[in-house]
Design a protein around this ligand. Structure first.
Ligand code: TRP
Length: 432
């Protein structure tokens, strides 16, 4: 079975090498695992909760998108998009808001921390807290549920949000009587490296101790030479334990390189030499990344096009059909059809249908049948539902017989009949 893995990245601030080592690089590697369908998106709607500086939102979205692409994310192999380009996410947020328990949101850590701080400062409990902060978990649930993600890799601080997404999804399923949503699981990676910053604390924007991904070689060198060390003289053995310099080295180096560096510590390497070695090792990994990053940031139109393309395809394949179903489920319906649900059902039944399914051989198939159940087109097996879905999407647009000449499908009736069936589907879609 394909596992859908979804990662949201809130664009805030300049990406640094800690983000790269701790989050970006491992996620890009994981996205290449066979049987995984990956979703990476820029949670720009979420960023509005943190900043009301429009230029900062724009700049940060661009820089974070460029970092992921520079790190090797392949937008034709994974879904890469921007949250605000999928209006169905906002629409789903409202549908979920109307089943979400307010009491659950009261208990969200981020909101509670803000209330606790106000209380400690003898302020009104909700002083300065926007409804956006309060609703954060509902928007996040919509991000996850809209694509029926199975797994969401997150840090410990986000686990509660995934549990809330499960809760809201389950409530919706229960109220509207069907398994509309898959319930997601948090995937916590204990391995994920947290990189120390220049002062030895965790590398983080909030401590102002980061090394930006885009630092020039000269800047990188200067920052690395500013790392805090103890006062041991050259020739004196140094401790690797608790040495941020060593930990940074380790995050980039192979086990062999790390062992050699540890030996140099034991042999009393001078701090200046150790810093030079660290600089050279980091620079080796970062140089190509920096080059790609700079090239990407210089062409924002290309990034814009990549993001829009991802969102457009995702909407067509998942979001738009799902929202159509959900709107109907909650009763946001075409008034001319109501209240006769039966009439709607017959209108649907008269149309040909694509059915996607999985066979005992573990492969993914689809067929197109007419209203009477006669098979018009039968596909061969595909490795992933996505491959099958892409061919279905292409067939839906097929208007001439030439477009039906794929070796992956078998026409069970004349091409003209298939084309007529496809045309009736398009017509129905246009009217919907
Ligand atoms: N809340 C996440 C963070 O601050 C970002 C995020 C938004 C997210 N939507 C998501 C993460 C959906 C995973 C899934 O890091």
């Amino acid at each position: 079975m394909t596992t859908r893995v979804l990662t949201g990245i809130k664009p805030s601030g300049v990406p640094h090498i800690g983000n790269f080592v701790g989050a970006i690089r491992p996620a890009v590697v994981a996205s290449r695992t066979p049987g995984v369908e990956s979703f990476f998106f820029l949670a720009d709607l979420h960023s509005l909760i943190n900043t009301q500086d429009p230029e900062r939102v724009r700049r940060s979205t661009l820089e974070i998108a460029a970092s992921w692409l520079a790190a090797g994310l392949e937008p034709d192999k994974v879904w890469f998009y921007r949250q605000s380009d999928i209006p169905e996410i906002s629409e789903l947020t409202w549908l979920l808001t109307c089943v979400a328990g307010k009491g659950i949101l009261n208990r969200a850590h981020a909101y509670k921390a803000a209330v606790d701080k106000n209380t400690a400062d003898h302020q009104d409990a909700d002083a300065g807290i926007t409804a956006g902060l309060f609703m954060y978990p509902v928007l996040m649930a919509a991000d996850i549920l809209i694509f029926n993600a199975h797994q969401v890799p997150v840090g410990r601080d986000q686990v509660q949000h995934i549990e809330m997404a499960r809760d809201f999804g389950q409530r919706f399923n229960h109220v509207y009587g069907r398994e509309f949503f898959t319930l997601p699981e948090a995937a916590i990676d204990e391995q994920v490296a947290t990189l120390p910053g220049l002062d030895g604390r965790k590398m983080s924007k909030s401590y102002d101790n980061t090394i930006p991904l885009s630092a020039s070689p000269a800047e990188l060198k200067k920052l690395i030479f500013s790392i805090l060390t103890d006062s041991r003289a050259p020739g004196e053995p140094k401790d690797t334990e608790g040495s941020p310099l060593f930990q940074l080295y380790q995050a980039f180096a192979t086990p062999e390189e790390t062992a050699a560096f540890a030996q140099a510590y034991a042999d009393g390497i001078a701090w200046g030499d150790a810093k030079q070695q660290l600089f050279e090792r980091v620079e080796r990994d970062i140089a190509p990344l920096r080059e790609r990053y700079e090239a990407l940031v210089a062409k924002p139109a290309e990034i814009e096009a990549i993001l829009r393309d991802g969102a457009q395809r995702l909407r067509a394949q998942y979001a738009t059909p799902l929202l159509r179903e959900l709107r109907d489920a909650v009763g946001l319906r075409d008034l001319s059809l109501a209240p006769s649900v039966a009439k709607q059902a017959t209108a649907k039944a008269a149309l040909p249908v694509f059915k996607q399914y999985r066979e005992a051989d573990g492969r993914f198939y689809f067929k197109l049948s007419d209203a009477q159940g006669n098979v018009l087109v039968q596909s061969q097996g595909f490795d992933s539902p996505r491959d099958a879905g892409q061919l279905v999407a292409a067939l839906k647009n097929a208007e001439v017989a030439d477009q039906l000449q794929s070796t992956e499908i078998e026409l069970k009736v004349a091409a003209d009949e298939v084309l007529a069936a496809l045309a009736s589907l398009r017509e129905a879609a246009a009217q919907a």
